[in-house]
Write a protein that binds this ligand. Sequence first.
Ligand code: CAA
Length: 447
Amino acid sequence: MTDTAVGIDAIEIHAGKLKLDLPETFAPAMGDDPGKYTEGLGLYASSLPDTYEDIVTMGANAAHRLMERKGLEPAHVGRIDVATESAFDHSKPVSTYIAGCLEQVFDGDFHHANKGERKFACVAGTQSIDDAYNWIRAGRHRGRAALVVATDTALYARDDPGEATQGAGAVAMLIDEDPDLVELSTEQGYGSADETDFLKPQQQFPSVDGKRSMAVYLARMREALVDYESVGGNIHPEDFRLGPFHTPFPGMVRKAGVLAYRHITRDTDIEAELADGIGRQPRPEAFDDDGAYMDALGEYTDALKETDRYREWYDDTIDPTLDLSREVGNWYTGSVHVARVSGLAALAEAGEAAAGERLLVGSYGSGAQAEIHVETVQDGWLEEIDALNVGYQLASRYDLSFPEYEDVHDAHNFDEETGVEEFTAPDGEFVFDGWGRMGERKYRYVE
Ligand code: CAA
């Protein structure tokens, strides 16, 4: 058992190399007002995978960059966990494919690393970090670090309402002792229930009850927050510099933000200060029935959303975590980790001294489970954030026309046979290289 700080030592992002412009390209083709995307959902573009990209190439490319930048060799890594809800193999975990890729470019191998694959929709990335944390704290790691890769091609069936929120990309994270980026709290809160809102029973694209999935997101997040407070103590808005939350689309987090704020300001100086303008929060004991209480709560929340106090908190704490998501869409398991990077990158850009600041991190997976924990920003955070090249990647994406988008969607559809050519030229990265004799996907590093 070790008492040393454990957390995220390094992080790298690989975005799909194609871009679908939502207001300019997708909205007109769907006959929608662009405002539905930019204002309603809060999205401007989706990152999509080129024809030679998939969950393995994106994950391996992010991990490769991370290992090179940190000067790591395979022997330094004792564990590789991949979180994904886009797996193409029901038996052989994606981590073995990624390890195979990395062994093409590094000396040595990962033969003594424990590899696995985590599944619980989008919360699996955070669960993999959890597994790594527990492995290190238990002292079973032999001084080695864990590589966690959250990688997804978040594609929906054509014409599904979820098509607007698509995305593809991978986040690789190194979990280690004495981390450079953030330390993880031991305290966690969970909100978990058997829900049927988003699932993929033996199918590539999800069955989604979109509106219900939003209600379930809010309910489970609230449950997790209450559970966190039962071990970590009551949360006050000023305790946290940023609140990175799972971001299926920024509009979802906008809805969660005001509910979270209402909860964490209850019985605080902030509720008292706001009382002159909007009254105090309704209490259930003051109402004869649940319906009247819920109506009063809804009215209070609408008024709260319009207060300067709330807007300032939202603009400082939540909005910066959404910048990347607006440009890439949903990356499922990677999404909350993109939100963390986005928020920290905004602090770096503003020249803020963030070491020692705390983050309230809310992860969520459909089906459904939310998890809340706290992270403390470490001294090496700025170097880690400055080393990212995600801005360059996003600016270099190939901008698809609508017919090209249709081709790309078909190219990634397991049920379609297509001969769609790639749109970009691979450069210093892993690519999908066809099929092996047992139906396995094969990969090659292109110099
Ligand atoms: N100008 C401004 N806003 C507009 C607008 C316009 N012209 N037109 C519409 N809007 C607003 C709508 O009012 C709505 O906002 P509110 O919810 O605040 O009212 C927003 O834009 C979206 O419009 P619709 O509700 O009409 O959109 P939709 O019904 O076509 O689909 C969706 C929305 C249900 C979220 C759909 O995209 C979907 O199914 N997505 C996949 C499921 C999902 O992401 N769920 C989130 C929770 S589950 C989760 O988090 C796990 C995960 O990653 C999947």
